[in-house]
Design a protein around this ligand. Sequence first.
Ligand SMILES: Nc1ncnc2c1ncn2[C@@H]1O[C@H](COP(=O)(O)OP(=O)(O)OP(=O)(O)O)[C@@H](O)[C@H]1O
Length: 294
Amino acid sequence: MLEASHLRKKIDGKPVLTNVSFELGEGRVAGLIGRNGAGKTTLLKVMSGILDPDGGEVLFEGRSVHQEPEVKREMAFIPDTPEAWYGYTGWGAAYMFGQIYPRFDHAYFKDTMNRFGLPLDRNIRRFSKGMRMMFSTALGLSTRAKLVLLDEPTNGIDPIAKKQVLTLLMEAAADGMSLIVSSHLLEELERMTDKILLMRSGSVETHDSEGAAEGIVTKLQVVFQGEAPEAWLSSPDVRVLDHIGRVYTLLLNGAPGSAAVAELKGMMPLLMEPLPVRLEDLYVWKLGGELDEG
Ligand SMILES: Nc1ncnc2c1ncn2[C@@H]1O[C@H](COP(=O)(O)OP(=O)(O)OP(=O)(O)O)[C@@H](O)[C@H]1O
């Protein structure tokens, strides 16, 4: 349904997207992850046609998002701050979006605003940060666009509202809406997405959400005999997540049968216990270290 190929984008002369390609099928949910400044917001804006790429293309159902403006009616971008709506009430925003999106669902918008306890007749500027985010999500999903791109939809909202927003997203996905959700909430993304788009150095790596880290990294709890092998622990195949006394939690390069794991076995540790690998482990393995500033 959505196909990005070889996207490039510079901002203020600095390359933010260098070569981004990925696909998203109909009714699929993708999580967009990456360090601060990696280019997630830039990518969402390019995907939704708000920004033009310097190179490459985005096709939605085979049509160019940047060359056929009417394609944008099938896509909605929800920014992390709804500044465009300051000065509008909820009613006003719904009226405006109703003019743009042919299937805008006014009843759903009203119900969702009520569900969130948000007044429809108050200026959005007067909402708190969390209220603005909930309003944006409600408005975006009410478009009934085939694809909704959300930039950190749970940013700044309290735990109860966060659950409500995530439920709303899952309901929309169950109804067949495709979503791309940028977020730092890795556990939630792991649960609710089909695909993970991991941004690094201006490009995107695609992983299936289920078992995203499996085969890439192995997680183990280890107690060494005698002194810990410091040189080995700081080698590129190893990352120390933590150590308490003599108990180390390690990430090792590759699957449980990898060379790094064999090397560890060869040291005959007193304890070598496998731990489940989560999306967070993949994130730390791939992105741990320097901030991604392109
Ligand atoms: N308006 C702008 N002017 C100058 N530089 C910008 C602008 N917007 C973004 N950038 C730069 O582009 C890069 C990517 O920013 P972007 O907001 O896309 O990252 P992000 O992954 O969404 O970050 P975060 O997780 O912190 O929201 C950063 O280096 C940022 O400094």
